[in-house]
Structure formats: structure tokens, C-alpha cells
Ligand binder design. Sequence first.
Ligand code: ATP
Length: 248
Amino acid sequence: MADIPPSHPRFASLRRRERLIDGFRAGLATEAGLLAHGRGEALDYLLGEQTHSFADEAIRTASAMLVCARYPVFSVNGNSASAAGPEIIQVLAAHGDMAAEVNLFHHSPERSRRIHDYLRGIGASHVFESVSAESQELPEIQHARRFMNQEGIARADVVLVALEDGDRCQALVRSGRTVIAIDLNPLSRTAKIAQVAIVDEISRALPLLAQYLREERTRPRQELEQRIASYDNNEVLRSAERVIRGSV
Ligand code: ATP
């Protein structure tokens, strides 16, 4: 990682960029992933690189959904593993019963295995790969993202996706699953289709999600269900867009 002094005004953002570059060099992320990260950086710049109240509300609702879920799975790709590997582990540990599944747009068995091994190496205990000998398929999508591990997403009722494309998000929702998305773009199809869209930078949002999970694991179900019922994703996206457009 480059030697960036903490006094640098863009310290946090540059460190995140270095994580992506390291992930690319380690064979976790792809060239296309670096470009997708750039789009995220631009949007985060416009958001002032901070977690806004609309994101906090989405994170709290996501926490309630994950606590109430029968079997939640975190869908991890090369960018999310590179940008937020340790923070993904924090969320898995805070929940306790949540698995991770590696699912890649530019799939290769080697890269999938590398991300699997990386997550295991930093502390994840249940990690699956979408493409395996006994995968099931999500209807409606053609590429390798359609595969679901039968012990992972195929069994899941709630799927947390990050930095995801709209097609797969839509297919997951159509399959009857609840989708929570982390995506800095409130205009993306993913953010609009997911039941909960967390418009925030992934490595900033996940520690907060882990904190809420730890606090709420023992809360009465009814309270969590009420919070889920009163959540309005469209309003959250409108609030995010207003901040990005500079109209608040
Ligand atoms: P869609 O298909 O949903 O309309 P898209 O074509 O923008 O979206 P991708 O480029 O595959 O889909 O998705 C990457 C998304 O992840 C982008 O919206 C980008 O803003 C977002 N993103 C990139 N880096 C980060 C990050 N570090 N934290 C959160 N979101 C990020």
C-alpha cells in the first residue's frame, strides 16, 4: 500500500483506492472493477464522504431484516472483497448465522477460489462459491452470476449484495428473496429494485451495520418488524439524490 500521510485531505478515499489496487494485484478484483470503483468514488465525493441520515436509516432497517431472517447470505464479489474484506468479516461475526457466497460477474474458477480463500483466511467460517458442481440457477440471467450454491444463496431468504449489477438484483427479488443492496448510486437499477438500498461507501457502512446487529440481536421481533414495515426505500433514494444534486 502506498505511503499516504494521515494528514492528507483525501486520506480515507486514497486508502480505499489503495485497497482496490492491492485487491487487483492479488487477483481478487478485475480491471473493470477498478473502473466501477471510480464511479463509486465520484458519487461518494458528492456525498461528502460521510454516512448520511438516509443511509443510517437503511442500515438500521437492513440490520432488522438480517436479525429477522431465516437464513441470510452476504453475496461477495471481487470489488467488495477488496474494498471491505475485514468489514465483511465484522458483519458476519456480529450476526453469527450469516454465510458468505462468492459470486462474480467476470467469473473464473481461480478468482472465485482466491476470494473464497481470502475470506476464509481473514476469519469467515462459512463461505460458499456460487459456481460449484451442484449449483442451482436463478432464472432470467444468462451469465455466470445466475448460479447459486445450494448451501448458500439457493437456501437464503435475505441476500445482502454490494456493488452489484441490476440484472442479478432483479432476478433475486423476482425469485422471492429480500435483497439489501449497498450502492453509492441512488439512480442505479440495483438501488431501485432492492427492498433496502444503503447509499453509502461499503467500508463505511459495514462497521455501522455490524454495530446495529450486535445491539439488536436480542431486541423484540415485533419492534424490528415494525421498523421494516415503516421503511420507505423510494424516500431514502430521493433523499440521497437530493444531496448528490446539491439541492439540500
Ligand atoms: P445497475 O446495473 O444497478 O444500474 P451499474 O451499471 O452502475 O448499476 P455496476 O457498475 O456493476 O452497475 O455497479 C457498481 C456500483 O457500485 C455502482 O453504482 C457504483 O456507484 C457502486 N460502487 C462502487 N464502489 C463502491 C463502494 N466502494 N461502495 C459502495 N458502492 C460502490
